[in-house]
Write a protein that binds this ligand. Structure first.
Ligand code: NDP
Length: 452
């Protein structure tokens, strides 16, 4: 292990790690991974790249005051963490969820730098959001919150400066309200947010992009590593949101059999294959829990969270060929990893951001499971967001087929680049190290070229 890496981690552990665990988890993984590169190129130490990369360019924190439907005054906290713009304007989603804190957004923003770098597109890394919970709020309340949030945020964003998108709790409805307020404040119709509905500047396929992209990545990884396809294979998917629904959809297109989905209350196991139309109706139209799925399909099993042994997750106890964690961070732990391995899993693809705990990740790598890390496998969403920026800048509209083709090309390119980088640095088949090294190298080289 290179001294630079050891001292860097030590210094960080002593400073922030007691309160910033998720960020430490993400940062330590990257620093360990890139040590083979640091050992062969001392420019990174000379230019203090690690010291500079782990500190965001700026952390913007603001108060959001709004009125609920009963005219009560509500106060939330808003954030935008602009992490690094060495490769292009800051880019990354906004998350509205009660668990949002500066630490969570710092981890997501840090991951976003390397993810955006891997796409090969000119975009930097950022993340933002609020502890506001859209669940259970009326459309009018969501609109009032989004307007109040944008009153502050608009000062810091712009089509060449910072272009936020959606994430957990921020879909087309929220992006529409945020965009409406931005337009009102600035009197401009700029592509300042991506994930807009199609009829006022959105790109076709943005909702599908992350889930489809994760499956395209897996297809390519399995072709390279196992000389196999997904056709006819049993797959498990967690989550029932944007990423999960579209991963299930693409798996079905390719002839695979996704048999599960989950939400924060429970898991559905439908061994005949998930009924996607019903799932979409329950989650996108009725916004209800998955329990209703089992009422409509009594042959499917609904397993409530509280009925499953503590520490394990039902969805990862289902035998499968390929697993797709698509819900949230740290949702797949070492007990789950053991269950998957014992049941013969061949590949694991992170659709969500950092869903796998470090222990579980080590288990997968030591058992030579094909493992696709989030920063590579779920980069399809941000890639299509960049396509939306390109369409907005040229006032043009691309067809669904064109976006899909470019998405597929991008995911295949990322996968091959990650595989090749791993091989070049002596860790063939380790896509975690391959993604970290390839993503880091491009950003670091740009930082060196641009000076301090
Ligand atoms: P959504 O809000 O659309 O969906 C999240 C889903 O996960 C919901 O079904 C939610 O259930 C479920 N969930 C949340 N916590 C748990 C839990 N502890 N156990 C089981 N299920 C849970 O979010 P997205 O699909 O957009 O995002 C999912 C992940 O993918 C996040 O990590 C996000 O950062 C990442 N991502 C998303 C991108 C995108 O384009 N949307 C791009 C890149 C990454 P419930 O409704 O009950 O809360």
């Amino acid at each position: 292990m290179n001294d630079y890496t050891d001292s860097e981690i030590k210094e960080f552990e002593g400073k922030d790690c007691s309160t910033e665990n998720l960020f430490c988890q993400a940062m330590e993984e990257v620093i360990y991974s890139i040590s083979p590169l640091l050992k062969t190129d001392d420019r990174y130490k000379e230019h203090a790249i690690l010291e500079r990369l782990i500190v965001p360019d700026r952390v913007i924190k603001f108060k959001v005051t709004w009125l609920d439907d009963a005219n009560n005054i509500k106060v939330n906290t808003g954030y935008r963490i602009q992490f690094n713009n060495a490769l292009g304007p800051y880019k990354g989603g906004l998350r509205f969820h009660p668990t949002v804190t500066e630490e969570v957004l710092k981890f997501l923003g840090f991951e976003q730098i390397l993810k955006n770098s891997l796409t090969g597109l000119p975009i930097g890394g950022a993340k933002g959001g609020s502890d506001f919970d859209p669940k259970g709020k009326s459309d009018f309340e969501v609109m009032k919150f989004c307007s109040a949030f944008m009153v502050e945020l608009h000062k810091y964003i712009g089509p060449r400066m910072d272009v936020p998108a959606g994430d957990i709790g921020v879909g087309g409805r929220e992006i529409g309200f945020l965009f409406g307020e931005y337009k009102k404040i600035t009197s401009t119709f700029d592509g300042v947010l991506t994930g807009k509905p199609f009829f006022f500047g959105g790109s076709l396929m943005r909702p599908e992009a992350t889930g489809y992209g994760a499956v395209y990545f897996t297809e390519t990884m399995l072709e390279i590593e196992a000389k196999e396809s997904l056709q006819g294979k049993i797959c498990t998917v967690s989550g029932a949101g944007n990423v999960a629904l579209h991963a299930i959809e693409k798996l079905q297109h390719l002839g695979a059999i996704p048999v599960s989905c989950s939400d924060s209350k429970g898991t559905i196991y439908d061994s005949r294959g998930v009924d996607l139309d019903l799932l979409k109706e329950l989650k996108l139209v009725k916004r209800t829990s998955l329990e209703t799925y089992a009422q409509k399909h009594p042959e499917a099993k609904y397993i409530p969270v509280e009925e499953y042994p503590e520490g394990a997750h039902a969805v990862w106890d289902i035998p499968c060929y390929a697993a797709f964690p698509c819900a949230t961070q740290n949702e797949l732990n070492d007990i789950d990893a053991q269950n998957l391995i014992v049941n013969g899993v061949v590949s694991v693809t992170e659709g969500a951001n950092m869903p796998t705990t470090p222990k579980a990740l080590n288990d997968f790598l030591s058992h030579k499971i094909c493992f696709a890390p989030a920063k590579a496998a779920n980069a399809g969403g941000v890639a299509v967001s960049e396509f939306e920026m390109a369409q907005n800048a040229s006032m043009s509209k691309w067809s669904f087929e064109k976006v899909d083709e470019k998405l597929k090309e991008t995911m295949q390119m990322i996968c091959k680049r990650v595989a090749l980088t791993a091989k070049d640095y002596g860790v063939e088949g380790n896509y975690v190290d391959g993604a970290n090294i390839a993503g880091f190298k491009k950003v670091a080289d740009a930082m060196i070229a641009e000076g301090i």
